[in-house]
Ligand binder design. Sequence first.
Ligand code: SF4
Ligand code: SF4
Length: 194
Amino acid sequence: MRITRTVKYEAERVRGFGREIMAVPGCETLLSCIQCGTCSGTCPLSVYMELSPRQVMALVRADFKDEVLRSNSIWLCASCYGCTVECPREIRITDIMYALKQRAIRDGVYPKRFPIPILAKEFTAMVRSKGRVTETLLVMRLFMKANLMAVLSSWRQGIGLIRTGRFVLKHERIQRRGELETMLAAAARDKEGS
Ligand code: SF4
Ligand code: SF4
């Protein structure tokens, strides 16, 4: 349901939040947003979002961190890049949505049992530890943490997928995992330095 509250209070602002998001590479252009609403009109999922993409852009810029991070909008964004292509100011709205998702996961403020942040966390953890994703395990972990009943009710489908080779049970991992760790450490150092 779209959030319609229009009164904003100074006390709700988290000073510096907008600047932090704009410091993420690709997000610097947010300052030039003219609030034309083209992004909201383009977005196929805007109608289901608590805050439209235009509202998200305005609230980030104005430091309303909690309102943005607690909304379902950033998680419903399907990264289709439609808004980014159409924005007259060439603002990389999709990248801003990504930055907000990362920030929400870091701060642990996403809606509990909401599948998308759980999937993102499990996916990242698996890639970090094995270098590859084992889909069966990923789906199992997602369902266990988001919706246990879904596992129980989907077991027939799961068996079918395993039988047809669509799901493999073998744990996948890369060789020379140390090289992956070196790359991740370098990326982390690069991020800290930027
Ligand atoms: S389309 Fe671009 S300029 Fe217009 S409201 Fe969205 S982000 Fe701002
Ligand atoms: S990238 Fe996200 S916000 Fe932009 S149009 Fe697609 S779903 Fe909507």
